[in-house]
Design a binder for this molecule. Structure first.
Ligand code: UTP
Length: 290
């Protein structure tokens, strides 16, 4: 069955980025000339998905507005003959069909995804975290979809992390299964205490999930941090069905973290069509003075 829908949970509080995120969703923080969330929506569009479901919460309406048609702004830009700019804004609202579902309480990522169950129904779907950016030749979401066409089971995207950082991630253990950069998952654990796993395969914010996950989430009790953890539900899913981990090709930036955000600005700035070259020149100049 084809994956047609992508869930993007954006209901988190963004405490790592306070005070910037007190009144502005972290997904709306700008990277060069567009908010973080727009890069993710563009990745979904480039991967051929038909519909996005945002999981939102109070204070996140700026995200919905960003992808909506702004009649007033469009009229003003037309009056001022700024036609190209008006068209660019309209293109954002025409990118893809988007619906929103509210997560009433921030009970965790697992709970956020469960909130989408009625909109998803009985079909496989993709999940992209609203602050995880990936720069890659083939969109990361597309890489997962290509593997799904082959295996037809749930998939998590992974990257290798240093062993002293594994406690910050959901970690998977798995065995090679003959496909390039692909592992069959044998175990997973959310934020493992140091020394409790030998694996360095960290789950990042891209998944394809089978709809059975909703029944499991229904029964998943709060785990690490008192939240309903997606990793706990994924582990339960591996006991019923096969699950694969894909070491994707590309570089991932955690734009919900200060350092990750700055690295993302550098990477997107350096490859930007309009300012990339002059930005590189500037970086070289200041690097000599550091
Ligand atoms: P994070 O772990 O980044 O949490 O959530 P957060 O609250 O957004 O940010 P910090 O850690 O306080 O700075 C991972 C993803 O899960 C979503 C977030 O929006 C983010 O995309 N999420 C998390 C929800 O949608 N609901 C929740 O209850 C928790």
């Amino acid at each position: 069955m084809k994956v047609r829908k992508a869930v993007i949970p954006v209901a988190g509080l963004g405490t790592r980025f306070l005070p910037a995120t007190k009144a502005i969703p972290k997904e709306m923080l700008t990277i060069v000339d567009r908010p973080t969330i727009q890069y993710i929506v563009e990745e979904v569009v480039a991967s051929g998905i038909d519909q996005i479901i945002f999981i939102t919460s109070e204070g996140k309406s700026a995200i919905e507005n960003h992808f909506d048609y702004n009649f007033h702004l469009d009229s003003v830009l037309r009056e001022k003959k700024k036609i190209a700019l008006g068209e660019e804004l309209n293109n954002i609202s025409n990118l893809i069909d988007i619906v929103s579902v509210r997560q009433k309480k921030p009970l965790g990522l697992g709970h956020a995804i469960w909130t989408a169950r009625h909109v998803i129904g009985n079909e496989p779907f993709m999940v992209l975290l609203g602050d995880d950016l990936v720069i890659s030749k083939t969109p990361c979401a597309k890489q997962l979809l290509n593997l799904f066409d082959d295996v037809g089971e749930s998939i998590v995207a992974i990257q290798r992390v240093p062993s002293d950082e594994t406690f910050q991630y959901g970690i998977v253990e798995g065995e090679e299964n003959g496909r390039e950069n692909t592992y069959k998952v044998t175990r997973m654990v959310e934020k493992p205490a140091p020394g409790t796993t030998d694996s360095d395969m960290a789950i990042i914010g891209r998944y394809i999930l089978k709809p059975e996950i909703f029944d499991i989430l229904d029964k998943t009790t709060p785990g690490h941090g008192g939240e309903i953890q997606l990793t706990d539900a994924l582990l339960a899913l591996t006991k019923k069905r096969a699950m694969y981990a894909l070491e994707f090709d590309g570089t991932r930036y955690d734009a919900g973290d200060k350092m990750g955000y700055l690295k993302a600005i550098l990477a997107y700035g350096l490859s930007h069509a309009e300012i990339g070259d002059s930005f590189k020149k500037y970086i070289k100049e200041i690097a000599t003075t550091l």
